[in-house]
Design a protein around this ligand. Structure first.
Ligand code: GDP
Length: 415
């Protein structure tokens, strides 16, 4: 990966499953929409608007249009948590290979910052209190805008950034950075407002201390609300332990405690899965090396610490595991829901059309024959929905298996 310019699309990225599922589902639902609207016209022609069948079918039009709209807005969402200054913003910036979020400014706002992509060429800001986009052209400007804006606690600032500049944004990943979890947060409203549609949670810890009770409580709450949330733990600032004599023991300790947290306490992973969820990284080094690599400048001496290659590679392993996990979760949760609703609509429609056929007088039989073809088409769309769900599941499972093997192999070598 490091040999490529990080903003180019990677044809084999697992994130592509999401785009594929999105575009195929879109085609299928457009097919369903055509059928519903034909069936509606047909029923209106033969029976008028005042009959039960028409009244049942008519709302399907809006429902299917609603699904298509929702489908087009669907994205993969990752939310970052952790104490102030653990490096959440730096991790996000490193993943985006862009210094988009201001970092190291401490806690100037109690807001959530969301970074999402746009086809526009310039980035802009959107806030809860106004429809008007605010312009941003630099991070400095963003930092000062954030400190001067008067916003309600827990409000959301959307940073809309050009897709061209970040591969992950182009692939439909949305990043959310939370205020430090140490500042007496209202955990329940955080979950209600920002977490229920999250596909992945990343807890950013630091090398110097173990997980805090507030961090743990938050994830206990999350896992009681969402079934088996996907949680990654990044032990950041690992560059700072490089000179510590007991670095190896400290790593073991973090590793054991984090595994215990994910498996025995939260019960969101087994021991094997937990292995692929805990990474010892330095977001700062990853960001510095990527920014210099992309601008083809050499990295200033002293900015990377001893054994930096290990931490950069751990960062890349985290990203690979993350990409598989987020696309699997988003395909399963988002498209499966649409697919189930689509199948229900198809089943109801079929029932009505078959009943109409039986009820139909000789006079409308000719007309019905034409409709028979569309019923066959509908069965075809129904099968397509099944196939799509199955195929995506299969492809993702295969990729997951490969990645898990790879990451476990690397981790076994390291630990
Ligand atoms: P946040 O409050 O969790 O978003 O933390 P920031 O990303 O703003 O980081 C806080 C400070 O820690 C900044 O000065 C970063 O440059 C620094 N920082 C972030 N990650 C690392 C790291 O891996 N190593 C070191 N040494 N410093 C880091």
């Amino acid at each position: 990966r490091s040999l490529e310019n990080g903003h180019n699309s990677l044809p084999n990225s697992p994130l592509k499953f999401f785009a594929r599922a999105k575009s195929r589902s879109n085609d299928i639902f457009k097919g369903i929409l055509d059928f519903v609207s034909e069936a509606e016209t047909f029923l209106q022609d033969i029976k008028g608007k005042e009959n039960e069948e028409y009244k049942v079918i008519h709302p399907f039009l809006e429902m299917v249009k609603g699904i298509i709209e929702k489908l087009n807005r669907d994205h993969m969402k990752v939310v970052f948590f952790g104490r102030t200054s653990n490096g959440k913003s730096t991790v996000i910036n490193a993943m985006l290979r862009n210094s988009i979020l201001p970092s190291g400014i401490g806690h100037t706002t109690h807001c959530f910052l969301q970074v999402e992509g746009t086809e526009a060429s310039e980035g802009f800001l959107l806030t809860d209190d106004s429809e008007d986009p605010k312009s941003i052209s630099s991070i400095k400007q963003l930092a000062s805008a954030l400190s001067t804006m008067k916003l309600k606690e827990n409000s959301l600032i959307r940073i809309v950034w050009p897709n061209d500049k970040c591969r992950l944004l182009k692939e439909d990943v949305v990043f959310v950075d939370s205020p430090g979890i140490d500042i007496t947060p209202d955990l329940d409203s955080w979950i209600d407002q920002f977490c229920l549609d999250a596909d992945v949670f990343v807890l950013v810890g630091n090398a110097e201390s173990t997980l805090m009770q507030t961090e743990k409580n938050f994830f206990h709450k999350v896992s009681s609300r969402l079934s088996k949330p996907n949680i990654f733990i990044l032990q950041n600032r690992w560059d700072l332990s490089v000179d510590e004599e007991d670095a190896y023991e400290v790593k073991e300790q973090h590793y054991t405690r984090n595994t215990h947290f994910l498996t025995d306490e939260l019960k969101v992973a087994d021991k094997q899965e937990a292995k692929n969820r805990i990474f010892f990284i330095s977001a700062k080094e990853a960001l510095i090396s990527r920014l210099h690599e992309d601008s083809k400048k050499s990295i200033p001496t002293g900015s990377l610490q001893k054994k930096f290659a290990e931490r950069l590679s751990a960062f890349e392993n985290f990203e690979t595991a993350f990409e598989v996990c987020i696309s699997r979760s988003a395909v399963q949760t988002k498209f499966q829901t649409h697919s189930e609703r689509g199948k229900k609509i198809i089943a109801d429609l079929k029932k009505i059309m078959m009943r109409t056929h039986t009820d139909c007088s000789k006079a409308c039989e000719d007309q019905f024959h034409k409709r028979k073809e569309t019923i066959d088409e509908l069965s075809y769309l129904d099968k397509q929905l099944d196939l799509l769900t199955e195929e995506m599941k299969q492809k993702i499972e295969n990729t997951v298996e490969k990645v898990e093997k790879h990451v476990s192999f690397v981790l076994n070598e390291e630990i």
